[in-house]
Ligand binder design. Structure first.
Ligand SMILES: Cc1cc2nc3c(=O)[nH]c(=O)nc-3n(C[C@H](O)[C@H](O)[C@H](O)COP(=O)(O)O)c2cc1C
Length: 186
């Protein structure tokens, strides 16, 4: 039997009723056989200060440890003003430092996101892809999971009810697992 692929899922919202946290929760139920999807919550990560990057707060050290433990990363990003929310960028920045000690380096990744708008975080996702270039991460290209009209796809308890969206998330995770196996150990 193959060793399971460990995916770490990170949603870029702290909001109680967050669609993106709900989408990540849904993803944990849609993960293919042979993989495990665990999550990391970003509340408790302070605002980045480069003076502290060699001696980071405990939550940041924990984030870096969890990223390093994972074989692959799943980013679930909201879109704020056509880009990635500060809360996600802040966590990305912390875990990328100090220079030469980035936890992201060489990690396979997948991206998805949810928005009440029609474009379903498309613009934020392309900004995130640009960030991943500098982080030297290895994102899969497809499927692009852009969950638009989120209010119609989740119920009031934050359960994903839309079957088409579930299929896209299943495919995304399946491709991420195949891609991670293809790349092999770092
Ligand atoms: C500061 C701010 C900027 C936003 N900008 C966008 C945007 O550019 N595009 C978009 O589709 N939605 C935008 N929204 C709406 C978010 O998509 C919506 O609040 C969404 O629910 C946030 O994700 P969450 O539910 O995971 O917290 C913005 C919301 C905020 C608070």
């Amino acid at each position: 039997m193959k060793t399971p692929i460990r995916i770490l899922g990170i949603a870029g919202s702290l909001r109680r009723g967050s669609y993106n946290r709900a989408a990540l929760r849904a993803a944990t139920e849609l993960v293919p056989e042979g993989a495990i999807l665990e999550t990391f919550e970003l509340d408790g990560i302070p605002v980045f200060n480069q003076d502290e990057d060699r001696n980071p707060p405990a939550t940041v050290a924990e984030l870096k440890r969890r990223i390093r433990e994972a074989d692959a990363i799943l980013f679930v990003t909201p879109e704020y003003n056509y880009s990635v929310p500060g809360v996600l960028k802040n966590a990305i920045d912390w875990a990328s430092r100090p220079y030469g000690d980035s936890a992201w380096n060489g990690k396979p990744a997948a991206i998805m996101g949810a928005s009440p708008g029609t474009l379903g975080t498309a613009r934020a996702q392309y900004h995130l892809r640009q960030i991943l270039v500098f982080l030297n991460m290895l994102p899969i290209n497809q499927p692009e999971v852009m969950i638009g009209n989120a209010a119609a796809r989740f119920d009031h308890e934050g359960n994903l009810t839309d079957e088409t969206t579930k299929d896209f998330i299943r495919q995304l995770l399946q491709h991420l697992v195949e891609w991670t196996r293809r790349l092999g150990p770092p």
